[in-house]
Design a protein around this ligand. Structure first.
Ligand code: HEM
Length: 179
């Protein structure tokens, strides 16, 4: 997992919980990098899971909520750093459909080490689409946060439902329905 994901995660923790929480998570980390990350480095994705589990224990907030919040936060970072991807789509469904064959393809060119999920999409009607998420990283709750924030970014109100197609979370179905 790219270092930028970790640096943004700790920024979110500092923003929402304060610097003491950042300190605690770094202290509790059993990973090789000891909580020290550079934006251009690459680290095992299990490290982010460890930090999220520790944040859950310290804050009492549920893990799906923490991952969703982080997905929404990272969306803001993408808007700042990769504004052209958002400008190239005029609505949320077009944007979401372009992740697999355009956005993540460009990300992979920039960062060959990036570990990205795959998305299959299906347009059901003008107001409803389905996204199938597949990833060994099992970050469906994080993806849901990114999807919800994408809908908000394009000022489209929608309900997003999530269903595990594999019990371990490696395959997830999202149904996005505009209201
Ligand atoms: C401009 C928009 C986007 C950019 C630039 C972008 C880029 C990235 C980058 C850099 C990573 C980290 C890869 C790594 O750490 O190795 C990532 C991971 C990920 N992205 Fe995107 N992304 C964008 C939009 C989205 C959206 C809207 C979704 C949700 C539908 C999404 C779903 C994910 C997920 C779930 C991961 C975590 C890795 C995994 O689950 O396997 N991305 N993306």
């Amino acid at each position: 997992m790219l270092g930028v994901v970790f640096t943004e995660f700790f920024e979110m923790v500092e923003d929402k919980f304060g610097y003491d929480m950042v300190d605690k998570l770094i202290e509790q980390s059993t990973s090789e990098s000891k909580g020290i990350y550079t934006a251009v480095g690459t680290y095992h994705h299990g490290e982010i899971v460890e930090h999220v589990v520790n944040l859950h224990k310290e804050s009492g907030l549920e893990i799906p909520l923490l991952l969703n919040t982080f997905g929404r936060y990272l969306h803001g970072t993408f808007v700042k750093n990769y504004s052209s991807f958002f400008e190239n789509a005029t609505n949320a469904f077009d944007f979401l459909e372009s992740i697999e064959n355009y956005i993540h393809v460009e990300v992979k060119k920039l960062y060959p080490d990036a570990e990205l999920p795959s998305f299959d999409s299906e347009r059901i009607t003008d107001n409803q689409m389905v996204l199938y998420y597949t990833s060994a990283r099992r970050l469906g709750d994080f993806a849901k946060g990114l999807i919800e924030q994408t809908m908000e970014y394009y000022e489209e109100t929608a309900e997003v439902t999530m269903e595990n197609l594999e019990a371990d979370g490696s395959k997830v179905k999202f149904v996005i329905t505009k209201k």
